[in-house]
Write a protein that binds this ligand. Structure first.
Ligand SMILES: [Zn+2]
Length: 201
């Protein structure tokens, strides 16, 4: 083995055998150099802001339930501080606070921003016996389908969501139910007769 590899192997063994001692040395260093360490951390965070933001977005997309659960726990355990900080901010930033509150009200009114948790979605699936709400097929991947499409003013809310298989979801698209005339064929498949109907006319 090369010297460097030997050295590396030795260090790995040392670290494995002395984990507690190393951790307490590090904690002592951090404690003695608190300003320096927090300055270094802040510098690292600001130098890698983009990557860090992209990584958290990717994580949130891949783990929607986990992130919501974490945010909820965080909110609950810091509720008083968060509310105090928010009202202090609103007091010192009146115009921005008013604008933000107007935007929020408009969003809720226009489109309904209601978070769907992983648990909500599991309940919806159970209610529909893990089957497509339109053609009744089960054992296929089920997508979140907005009965009243978001593009048509529907809300992203528990009351407006059903499971749908990809063909149904894709065929219905942003049509309302009354516009999407479909035919469920006994045995599980379905036919979108919307297009054919148009042709016959
Ligand atoms: Zn279907």
């Amino acid at each position: 083995m090369m010297d460097r590899e030997l050295e590396r192997a030795y260090q790995a063994t040392y670290r494995a055998n002395n984990q507690a001692a190393i951790a307490s040395q590090r904690a002592a260093y951090r404690e003695a150099n608190r300003d320096k360490v927090s300055g270094q951390n802040a510098a690292f965070r600001s130098a890698h802001r983009e990557e860090r933001a992209a990584a958290s977005r990717a994580y949130a997309l891949a783990h929607p339930g986990a992130v919501q659960a974490y945010q909820r726990r965080y909110y609950l355990s810091h509720r008083a501080d968060l509310i105090a900080a928010a009202s202090e901010w609103a007091r010192t930033h009146r115009p921005e606070a008013n604008a933000a509150s107007n935007r929020r009200r408009a969003r809720v009114r226009d489109n309904g921003v209601f978070a769907i948790t992983a648990r909500d979605w599991r309940r919806i699936l159970q209610r529909h016996r893990q089957a497509c709400a339109y053609c009744g097929r089960s054992g296929v991947p089920l997508q979140q389908e907005h009965v009243i499409p978001i593009a048509r003013g529907g809300r992203h809310s528990v009351g407006n969501l059903v499971p749908a298989c990809q063909p149904c979801n894709g065929s219905k698209g942003s049509k309302l139910l009354v516009e999407w005339r479909y035919l469920v064929i006994p045995g599980g498949s379905f036919m979108d007769i919307h297009g054919r109907d148009e042709e016959l006319r």
